[in-house]
Every structure is written in structure tokens, then in C-alpha cells.
Write a protein that binds this ligand. Structure first.
Ligand code: MV4
Length: 467
């Protein structure tokens, strides 16, 4: 087993990794920026090293500082968490060259899946369904328009270096295609330093359903079923759940097998996620592979009983998987809400500041993954997510009732959060019926009065006190 690892991250995921290490007897070293000196991940790790000023570009994104810290602390491995350097193939390669185990896939797999056109072509070649589209990158607008016309409009233009919705443009006809093609390419060149784009048929109102995979370094590969992440606002997930209310046992089997084919095609190891779009007729199409542990991994842990972070550590230590596909069972239903420091009344603008009062939810069927506490100051430099509330139960209805109850208990004062927004979604008839597609949040916001989303639990409590 690994003896000592460095955690190249902050916040709840750094804590999550420290906790898994504690249970496995692995020593931990935290790294932190000047803004995170008082953070729980610094307090809870066995050691901690400051790697620079508050902005991520001067601390958590500095590969050379993290490698230097790893060498000073003499660790065997680095866990990158999610975000920051987690999907940077150059960082993984530097770890490999320094003989520090990168707790994730090899750099070659990250590089391959990081180019969305290469990823798509690679998995298509092994029989994974992809969205009809261009065979690869389209450089010439006149060639691109021929492809678009042969696919049929509407089409979506995607940046090769994109992912997560950045650098995407929709075209409804040949006229708008010229404009959108140029816009997508320019936007991608500016944002990623790579203007290459490809074209796909546009799938209307799909569901976003992803398969969790675990692969060891000996060629064993299993999947841990799906997560439904259709409830998103501007490509940011708000609520995730497992199993998907839309997925039948037959579809689960087919998507699971396709995900394992995709993993095999890039010689994948460690934990990964294969993302699919699923249309109303339950056709599924590969869109991309995430070569890291994801924010929403706890819903899979809660339905299967498998600790994904511990599995990552065991795989990185070279152990063969101790679980077979037949061992993977869906034991219950789980839901996750991402709690963010943001103001729903001001178009979800980030809302950093001091948490003046904090009362977290708990009780039967509730898990809270968070690094915050009363008196904590949410810094303005990083992602606004401050907690993940995960609830679970024998049925979806029970998991959702528990989520509503947990969110009602959750008191955070001093900063604005999206708690009331999430609670309203949980009680929405379309969501409750399991009918949410990726268009759900937009529709929900259009039919929901703003003041309802902005109301905090304490304001709701005050209105009940008065009655
Ligand atoms: C699409 C699509 C429709 N058709 N591709 C957005 C994020 C990126 N991972 C892929 N995305 C989409 N790709 C085709 N061919 C619609 C989306 C999309 C979406 C996907 C998942 C979750 C939310 C979304 C919101 C808008 C658009």
C-alpha cells in the first residue's frame, strides 16, 4: 500500500481524501494557499505545506510547486481530486517522470480523452455509440457546412479542447452555420489556445447520464452503474442522483458495457466517468470521458456501498480490484445537492463572506461532505461550492423526502446560498416524477417566482413563528 500521499486540492474533496487515507493507514500531506491557512484540510492532514498566494493560478494550479512540495515531504503519491490539475496530462506526466504515483489514470489516457474529437473517434472505433457527426476536426468552413447538411440541422459545433459546455455553438441552418462555426472556433482559440472544432447532430432535450467505472492496472474493469445529472444550470450540476429514474435494467447493462469499452479503448485505469446523452427514446450517445473522480461520486458510493476514493488508492498501489461486476448491486436510491455560496436573487452571483451561524443537517439517511463551519470565511478565489448534501433510502421517494427534510434543517447565515432553490426543485412535480431533462432548470426558473428562490430557511422559520 502507499505509505504517504500529498493531496493537491482544497475544500471538501481534500477532506474526503484525508478521511479515506486515515481509514487505510496512509499518512497525508495537505497543500494550501495563503487564503486557506485556516482550512479544515490543513488542520486534519498529518502535515501541510503552503504553496503560494490565494489565486489558484499562483497556488493550486502550479504543478512545479506541488511537485516540489511532494519531494520535500517525500510522499509516494499525489491525489489530484477534481478540478485544478486533475485532468492536466502534463502534470500527470511530470509525476510519472519524478516517480511519484499520480492517483488517477496514466498521462496518455488523460491526453487522449482531453481531445474531445480524438475521444469520440477512439470510442466509436470500438463500437460505442456516438452522436452522428463529423469524423474528426473540421478546419475548412465549406467542408464543415457539407458535413452539417448531410447530418441535417440543427447541429452543434463543439471545441476539441472544450468540454463541460464551453466553446459550444448551435446552428439551425446553413446561413447561421457560417457565423456560429467562426464564433465557436474563435471562442475556443481564445479560451483554450486551440480553435479546432467538430460538428454533431443536435440532440433535443437529452438527459445527461454518466457511468462510473473502476479499472485496475491489470486490465480488470467494472462499472458502478449510472448517475443522472440532468438537473444543471449553465452546465453546472445542481442535483445528481442514482440510479436514474429513466434508466431501465436493459439500458443500464448496455450503457455499462459501452462505458467499459470506452475505458478499454484508452487503456484506462483508476476511477473514471463516461458521459452520455440519452434521448427520449432511450438511445444513448457517448459525449466525453472524465478522467478524474467527480464531485458527485458519493451518490454512487451510497447506492453501491463501495468507497470510490479507497478504491482509487488501492488501484494506485497496484492492487487488483477486489470487486467483480457481479458484486456490484444497487442497494438503495441516493440524491446529492450541491450547496453553493451564491445568490439566486442576483442571477446566482457568487456570495463569499463569513458564515456567522451554521447548523448542519444530520440524522438517518443523511451524509454531509463539507469543509465549512460556523465562523468560516468563504474565500472569493475558488469555486462557490461549500457543501454536498447526500440523502439516501430504500426508494427514490424516501431519498427525496429526506433531502427536503435535510435542506429544511440546514441553517447558514452571513452568506446567501442556493439551499431554498434546491429545496424547491426537490418538491417540483416534474423533478419528483423523474422527468427532468437538461432543459429542466431553465423551464423551472421561468415558471418560479424569484422571491421564492431567494427566501432563506430562517425567513421561512420566521414566517412560521408568526403563525
Ligand atoms: C450536446 C447536446 C445536444 N446534442 N451534444 C453540454 C456539455 C457538454 N458536455 C455536452 N453538452 C451538450 N452536448 C449534442 N450532440 C446538448 C448538450 C447540453 C447539455 C449536456 C449535458 C447536460 C446539460 C446540457 C445543457 C445544454 C446542452
Amino acid at each position: 500500500m502507499l505509505k504517504k500521499i500529498l493531496i493537491a486540492n482544497r475544500g471538501e474533496i481534500a477532506l474526503r481524501i484525508i478521511r479515506a487515507c486515515r481509514e487505510l493507514g496512509i499518512e497525508t500531506v495537505a497543500v494550501y494557499s495563503e487564503a486557506d491557512e485556516q482550512s479544515l484540510h490543513v488542520q486534519l492532514a498529518d502535515g501541510a505545506i503552503c504553496i503560494g498566494p490565494a489565486p489558484a493560478s499562483e497556488s493550486y494550479l502550479r504543478a512545479e510547486r506541488i511537485i516540489a512540495a511532494a519531494e520535500i515531504a517525500d510522499v509516494d503519491g499525489i491525489h489530484p481530486g477534481y478540478g485544478f490539475l486533475a485532468e492536466d496530462p502534463d502534470f500527470a506526466e511530470q509525476c510519472e517522470e519524478c516517480r511519484i504515483k499520480f492517483i488517477g489514470p496514466k498521462s496518455g489516457s488523460i491526453r487522449m480523452m482531453g481531445d474531445k474529437a480524438v475521444a469520440r473517434e477512439t470510442v466509436r472505433a470500438v463500437g460505442v455509440p456516438t452522436v452522428p457527426g463529423s469524423p474528426g476536426v473540421l478546419a475548412d468552413p465549406n467542408e464543415a457546412i457539407k458535413v452539417a447538411e448531410s447530418i441535417g440541422f440543427p447541429v452543434i459545433i463543439k471545441a476539441v479542447a472544450g468540454g463541460g459546455g464551453r466553446g459550444m455553438r448551435l446552428a439551425h441552418n446553413s446561413m447561421s452555420f457560417h457565423r456560429e462555426f467562426a464564433a465557436a472556433s474563435n471562442e475556443a482559440a481564445k479560451a483554450f489556445g486551440n480553435g479546432a472544432v467538430y460538428v454533431e447532430k443536435y440532440i433535443e432535450e437529452p438527459r445527461h447520464i454518466e457511468i462510473q467505472v473502476l479499472c485496475d492496472e491489470h486490465g480488470n474493469r467494472i462499472h458502478l452503474c449510472e448517475r443522472d445529472c440532468s438537473v444543471q444550470r449553465r452546465h453546472q450540476k445542481v442535483i445528481e442522483e442514482a440510479p436514474s429514474p429513466f434508466v431501465t435494467p436493459e439500458l443500464r447493462k448496455a450503457m455499462g458495457e459501452a462505458a467499459l469499452k470506452a475505458a478499454a479503448a484508452c487503456d484506462y485505469w483508476n476511477a473514471g466517468t463516461v458521459e452520455f446523452l440519452v434521448d427520449k427514446d432511450r438511445n444513448f450517445y457517448f459525449i466525453e470521458m472524465n478522467t478524474r473522480v467527480q464531485v458527485e461520486h458519493p451518490v454512487t458510493e451510497e447506492i453501491t456501498g463501495i468507497d470510490i476514493i479507497k478504491e482509487q488508492l488501492r488501484i494506485a498501489a497496484g492492487e487488483p480490484l477486489g470487486i467483480t461486476q457481479d458484486d456490484v448491486k444497487i442497494l438503495r436510491h441516493a440524491v446529492e445537492v450541491r450547496v453553493c455560496a451564491e445568490d439566486p436573487a442576483r442571477n446566482f452571483a457568487p456570495c463569499p463572506g463569513e458564515i456567522t451561524l451554521y447548523y448542519p443537517p444530520g440524522g438517518h439517511g443523511v451524509r454531509l461532505d463539507s469543509h465549512v463551519y460556523g465562523g468560516y470565511i468563504v474565500p472569493p478565489y475558488y469555486d462557490s461550492m461549500i457543501a454536498k448534501v447526500i440523502t439516501f433510502g430504500r426508494t427514490r421517494e424516501l431519498a427525496l423526502d429526506r433531502m427536503h427534510r435535510a435542506l429544511s434543517e440546514y441553517l447558514i447565515r452571513g452568506i446567501k446560498t442556493n439551499i431554498s432553490f434546491a429545496r424547491a426543485i426537490v418538491r417540483d412535480p416534474v423533478f419528483a416524477a423523474g422527468e427532468a431533462t437538461t432543459k429542466f432548470v431553465e423551464d423551472f426558473l421561468a415558471r418560479t417566482p424569484r422571491d421564492l428562490l431567494a427566501r432563506t430557511n430562517e425567513e421561512l422559520d420566521q414566517s412560521t413563528e408568526n403563525t
